[in-house]
Design a protein around this ligand. Sequence first.
Ligand code: 5AD
Ligand code: SF4
Length: 450
Amino acid sequence: MKVFVHTFGCQMNEYDSARAAEIFGRRGYMPTDDPKQADVIVVNTCSIRDKAEQKLASALGRYSGLKRHRDRRLVVMGCTAQLRSRALAGRFSAVDLFLGTDRVAELDDWIRAGMPRETRVARADAESYRFLEGRPARVPVSVPVTVQKGCDNFCAYCVVPAARGPQIDRPAAEILAEVDRMVLAGAKEVVLIGQNVNAYGKVGRGRLATNRFAALLREVAARPGLSRVRFTTSHPRDLDVATVQAVADLPVLCPHFHLPVQSGSDRILRKMGRGYSRKTYLEKVEKIRRLIPDAAISTDLIVGFPGETKQDFAETMSLIDEVGFTFSYSFKYSPRPDTRAFDMEDDVSESVKSDRLARLQDKQAHFMGRNLHAWVGRTATVLVEGPSRRGGGQWMGRTETFEIVNFEACLDQPRELTGRSVEMEIVADRGHSLEGRILQKRAESMGGGL
Ligand code: 5AD
Ligand code: SF4
């Protein structure tokens, strides 16, 4: 028996999909890359922008068609299953199970029940919520580990609070146990993931709020066998000095902050309900730079939010100049039902959105190029993730600050470099990545059986 899993969306979904595959694996299903071969097709869905939902519709059309040739089950889980199960059930009668975001851990119950036609989308409360448990046999070098689910922020544009419900933090003991299991399965790097990891264990509101994220980071960093720990996503409002200090203190914590700013205009930030201003965002950036001068800061940006004027957009552009993000993900605003902004007029035209996005991405490409170029001639510790997708005997790894490095192994180096941390000289920058050369001193010690 075989299972095919199609994942849309973010790392949270990647994590859930990996767990779903494990659950099927324990019931005797082998993973396959070919939906035609599959006895069960699982589609893990995303609602963040309209495009994701459109792609889902065409995927479900395809998979529904496959059911006509052979008896198999079709499962739709994740954010769109949560938000639109009724509409999807009307359109795609071939779907056997809609599994909402609070119910993913019930997948095994459903298999044991004989995989009946069902919709399980009721919300769980903090007491009854069950986190998925990662128990993989083998994992890649870098793996995500969930530290919380949901989000309490209600940013005006964002569907996540509706799709994933309120924030519930995973108990630290469960997180640490899973980190240990991932290390045993071969991980060298864990990425702690949540919608707002900085609010982990948050108590109180406003200026008096405190959280337990820095403490969690220190506990994870102390687990044996880990080369690196990353975390994402940080909310600029909740990022505190204790967290930055932990990253400054502990070499295992990578000096990279993904700090989505969304806009550089105070007027737009207020309309979005982000809970910080341009000034307070820049103060956080300043704090990071003061404690960790080489830290990388990356971001997410939205153009064309309702009411965004030329002036607002110019402020976003000048913020990019001021911070010099190492990279960014940028998007045209997409109105989402179940959000506050859905009731605001989507008054920036498609062509203006496209034009602003192109200009913003041009600027960002300049800063990305500048950052990569500054690496040339420097040395970097690179965690090798595996053979490069480009082939040709090349390997691929990442710096602590997340730049991709491609390199060739020399003949006197061990054949398996995956999972090793190697010292490299960066010899060239190549558009979106770097090219490195292993430093001989380190290569010799590797030959000695690192
Ligand atoms: N339209 C466009 N981009 C969005 N994002 C979230 N919601 C929307 C939306 N409605 C972007 C934000 C967020 C990232 C994950 O997706 O930049 O940080
Ligand atoms: Fe998509 Fe957001 Fe859901 Fe992730 S949490 S799958 S990005 S809607």
